[in-house]
Design a protein around this ligand. Structure first.
Ligand code: COI
Length: 357
């Protein structure tokens, strides 16, 4: 584990895990990885017991939200050992998120090494069942104590681990999504393509209101014209119109460049499917639903993997998609991605970082 310092926990809380009722992000493993930034440098990092953090009431992040995070997963491979899926891509995205909110970027190679080290340390926390995994949550935040609206001069980079089942209680069954018309998540020039707390805070009220009406989440429209589709918040969104895969472009800078989004696009291209990354309006989706060319809608995300959308509601009008059933494309992408992650299918792209543990 290189130069990483290790302080082992004297006790484990693994017996508290409800392995038959994992849910998402409820249980946390025995250790965390921590690196501290001060005087212009990140230290070598320490693995230490999970526990409460010492924060002063004047901690700048509590007041002004200078914080970013990532999400990636480790899987038990059917061939033995563990596969971590595309950690480098998460490390690179975290660098971009850091730059957006003036956090000194954590180097990508240290990010990958830290992920490998903490997963190795708590390998017994990796669930054994197909469909479950060890969710890896790196995050970084200002640790300065002051009330001026300034970037901090001290930061922490931390990784915690959580054994998880599917993100939505529906699993791979289609979810119901409300197209949001009042609130917006992000605007061009804002923080929409950074994985930072502000975007998630901005989604809470609309999400809560949608939940009360029986929807899993909201689909965000662009913040200016309220016309073009952005993303769901916990996942990117894709449409199959006829046999073409259409998904909102990253060019406007207001949606998250998802790792699963990128993976699906690559797999679809290789399968000879027409893939278009462009602006897509909610009116076009409504029209495609009306004329029968809208075959499937599904979300993509690390936590959600592939989440078929069975119903979209926009301005009181309901669109039932593919009879509320899992579509053939969603199923295929789910099977292929998870097949690679669990080591059942050949990893032609070298997406897995394999650990012989
Ligand atoms: C992820 O897919 O890893 C996410 O971060 C989404 C969500 C749980 C916030």
């Amino acid at each position: 584990m290189g130069n990483i310092k290790i302080i082992k926990s004297e006790k484990t809380v693994i017996e508290k895990v409800e392995w038959d009722n994992l849910r998402f992000g409820v249980f946390f493993s025995d250790h965390i990885y921590v690196s501290e930034y001060k005087d212009g440098n990140w230290d070598n990092g320490t693995i230490k017991p999970y526990g409460a953090m010492d924060l002063e009431p004047a901690n700048c992040t509590l007041h002004y939200g200078q914080t970013i995070f990532e999400g990636l997963k480790a899987f038990p491979s059917v061939k033995g050992g563990v596969n971590i899926f595309r950690p480098e891509m998460n490390g690179k995205r975290m660098v971009n998120s850091a730059e957006a909110v003036c956090i000194p970027p954590y180097p990508v190679d240290s990010f990958v090494e830290a992920v490998k080290a903490i997963v190795t340390m708590d390998k017994q926390w990796i669930p054994k069942k197909r469909g479950e995994s060890l969710y890896i949550r790196p995050f970084s935040f200002g640790t300065g104590n002051f009330l001026g609206v300034n970037a901090s001069d001290k930061y922490n980079f931390i990784i915690i681990l959580s054994p998880v089942a599917s993100y939505y209680k529906e699993g791979l069954n289609p979810v119901k999504i409300l197209v949001e018309t009042d609130h917006v998540r992000a605007v061009r020039g804002g923080l929409g393509n950074a994985k930072t707390a502000a975007n998630y805070a901005a989604s809470m009220l609309a999400g809560l209101q949608a939940h009360k009406k029986g929807f899993s989440q909201v689909l965000w429209l662009d913040g200016v014209q309220r016309k073009y589709i952005d993303e769901v918040g916990a996942m990117n969104i894709m449409f199959v119109i006829n046999d073409e895969l259409v998904t909102p472009t990253l060019e406007k800078g207001n949606i998250l460049p998802g790792v699963t989004r990128n993976t699906v696009i690559q797999l679809a291209n290789e399968a000879g499917m027409k893939v278009t990354e462009r602006e897509i309006s909610i009116d076009e989706v409504m029209e495609a639903h009306k004329d029968g060319s809208l075959k499937e809608v599904f979300g993509t995300g690390t936590a959600a993997v592939i989440s078929p959308v069975g119903l979209l509601q926009y301005k009181g009008k309901e669109m039932i998609i593919n009879d509320m059933k899992i579509g053939k494309y969603a199923q295929k992408f789910y099977d292929t991605i998870t097949g690679i992650q669990y080591g059942e299918l050949e990893d032609k792209h070298g997406w897995n970082v394999h650990l012989d543990i």
